[in-house]
Design a protein around this ligand. Sequence first.
Ligand SMILES: Cc1cc2nc3c(=O)[nH]c(=O)nc-3n(C[C@H](O)[C@H](O)[C@H](O)COP(=O)(O)O)c2cc1C
Length: 251
Amino acid sequence: MTDSTDGTASADTAHRADRADRADSPTLRERLRALPVFGADLPGLDVDAAPDDPVTLFVDWLEDAVAAGVAAPHAATLSTADARGRVDARTLLLKDVGPAGWSFATRSDSPKGVALAENPHAALTFLWRERGRQVRVRGPVVPLGAEASAADFLARSELSRATALAGHQSATLASRRDYRAAWDAALARVRTEPETVLDTWTAYALEATTVEFWASSPGDGQARLRYTTSATAPRPGDEPSPGWTKELLWP
Ligand SMILES: Cc1cc2nc3c(=O)[nH]c(=O)nc-3n(C[C@H](O)[C@H](O)[C@H](O)COP(=O)(O)O)c2cc1C
């Protein structure tokens, strides 16, 4: 490295070199445009082979994502709107899918829990990027009751239960130290009283009224298939559901 007696001149040179570097390097906008979106060898969507029931197709795609090693294939974005129509969205983990709907769990006193109590209409969006697939599920959300909620809570890891018990989700936190103290106390409680259940912990099911499957496949463009029903999930003793209507959508 050359020693310089003129600090200003060398600073100017460095500044010019930095500007030249930046002129050569792509802008953020250019880099975003060049980023890859999907993986290779996408499975696409065979609309002619699609089953009559979207749950079957959803489980098929979820199993495909698991087998392909997609990270957190059970993570979805839950979108809600409160009574005033203010929309919010956050990531959640899917707990199960079946005739009762798409289930997840959270606190009923969290912002999303409060929004769902005011307005049960919600959407879950799954993205399996590496497989070029997206699924959008829409419909009303119903709480699954105390027993299912407690079972979900007790099936969580000790650390997750401690996190839930430590404090009020989404409330303002004064400091990380406060959090750490509350979390340590909650973890100790979980370990000494393993049957403790957070009373606001709630398992919910989204009873789908529309389920839309989107797939990209190289050489075949994009495909969209929407399932719609006017019926909500069957309850014990209900008449069988009238079924689903399938429609293609313009991508
Ligand atoms: C991958 C991932 C999974 C998550 N899973 C859950 C979950 O199952 N339940 C939950 O209450 N929050 C979960 N969260 C946290 C939520 O995204 C959110 O921060 C929290 O629930 C507060 O949301 P709210 O303020 O809209 O109520 C998860 C976050 C991530 C990134």
